[in-house]
Design a protein around this ligand. Structure first.
Ligand code: S3P
Length: 430
């Protein structure tokens, strides 16, 4: 089993450019496949999750040119009805985004497909997507009434529905927007707390009949999508390890370049600033996705509360934020984050168990955690729980550790961030 040792303490210093955004890279492939003509992307994230989406589209007859290591992809889109039945099961590894978004597209196809994943993905709830897709007219079968992969889907004629996205899940919203492009009448999605809006931005850029009215999103039957050319913004969720790590350790100073600054994704920056972090951002691009540079200097942070309204904007950053909170002066409270329990692992549990091993003072709550800051961590052996973000967060914790943190089962880092260790070593100054 893979394992990594992180010798603490340390600080991050230097310039840093994060890899391409995972959410945007998935959507680049999906929209590229359905567009009419060639889409070209740079800085595509060459991580396992996004490569599963790419491979799935190839298996449905889409030609995709990808030179490994360059971040460049060229997708020869075949239009809204150009996909063909995959000869075999589509295996999506650990990737919830691949599975849920592909279900949305497959709901509109007149063939059958089987979608499968690794044990973690096969244990994650899917009825949040399969129930509304069935209401639209798709036929979906899987364990426990379509709640767990492997899932067999046969699409066809769909009707639009009204849907209240109470979980504020961008994956659910995106699946229904994608299916909505194939439905006879309009599909309306209401979202009280907005989740990441990358799919909406793709719909707009591709010329789809999509409109936003406050919290209501409306998609109508779509005849054609335009191909696109763009550079994928740097992933703020990957950058988060270096942002939080630099912010929480005095003596750190990191300048991040070309990071995605989509306001539906920047909750981490707001919370860290509230904790007293020294963070400055400079926006350099606004369309199709806001992007810019971030300058972070280390400081002693103070505890804060995170409200349920903030959760969707920092859902993937909570593990590393918990590390920063465990070192902040005073108390921090995370609430309204029950969704963390159904990620690649139960991230509330994985982080509480691991942080306790490092000497943190933290209580597990049903929907979050109560954390009282300590001065420093001690060395220990911790587990990734098979979860990339838990593993990388533990590496970051070593910056404040007196001793060595050994993280077990670290191969999962490649799910979203194959270059994590290379970047970590480059920025680490002991
Ligand atoms: C994602 C949405 C989020 C996030 C995931 C990627 C997306 O999941 O946690 O890493 O690309 O739409 P939920 O929509 O389930 O909250």
């Amino acid at each position: 089993m893979s394992q990594l040792s992180f010798q603490g303490p340390g600080a991050f210093r230097g310039p840093y450019a994060p890899p391409g955004d995972k959410s945007i890279s998935h959507r680049a492939i999906l929209f590229g496949a359905l567009a009419e003509g060639e889409s070209v992307y740079e800085n595509f994230l060459e991580a396992e999750d996004c490569l599963h989406t790419l491979e799935a589209m190839r298996r449905m007859g889409i030609e995709i040119h990808h030179e490994k290591g360059t971040g460049k992809v060229r997708i020869s889109g075949k239009g809204m009805h150009g996909l063909s039945a995959p000869g075999q099961e589509l295996y999506l590894g650990n990737s919830g985004t691949s599975l849920r978004l592909l279900l949305g597209i497959l709901a509109g196809q007149r063939f059958e497909a089987v979608l499968a994943g690794d044990p973690s993905l096969s244990g994650r709830p899917m009825r949040r997507v399969t129930d509304p897709l069935k209401r639209m007219g798709a036929q979906i079968k899987g364990r426990e009434n379509g709640n767990f992969a492997p899932l067999t889907i046969r699409g066809g004629k769909l009707r639009g529905i009204d849907f209240d996205n109470q979980l504020s899940s961008a994956q659910v919203k995106s699946a229904l927007l994608l299916a909505g492009m194939y439905a006879e009448n309009r599909t309306l999605i209401r979202e009280a707390i907005p989740s990441r809006d990358h799919t909406e931005r793709f719909l707009e850029a591709a010329g789809a009949p999509f409109q936003k009215f406050g919290h209501d999103l409306v998609i109508e039957k779509t005849e054609m999508l335009l191909p696109m050319r763009a550079r994928v913004a740097g992933d703020i969720s990957s950058a988060a390890f270096f942002i939080a790590g630099a912010a929480m350790v005095s003596g750190s100073e990191v300048t991040l370049q070309d990071v995605g600054l989509n306001p539906t994704r920047t909750g981490l920056l707001e919370v860290l600033k509230r904790m007293g972090a020294k963070i400055e951002t400079q926006v350099t691009q606004t369309i199709p996705e806001p992007m810019g540079n971030i300058h972070v200097r280390g400081a002693k942070l103070k505890g804060t509360g995170i409200t349920p309204q903030e959760i969707p904007s920092l859902i993937d950053e909570l593990p590393v934020l918990m590390v920063a909170m465990a070192l902040a002066e005073g108390e921090s409270l995370i609430s309204g984050a029950a969704e963390l329990r159904v990620k690649e692992t139960d991230r509330i549990h994985s982080m509480v168990v691991n942080l306790k091993r490092l000497g943190a003072s933290i209580d597990e709550l049903p929907d979050g955690a109560l954390i009282r800051g300590v001065e420093e961590f001690h060395g220990a052996t911790v587990e990734s729980f098979g979860d990339h973000r838990t593993a990388m967060s533990m590496g970051v914790a070593s910056l404040a550790a007196k001793g060595t943190i050994t993280v077990m089962d670290t191969a999962c880092m490649a799910t979203s961030y194959p270059a994590f260790m290379e970047h970590f070593r480059r920025l680490l100054k002991s």
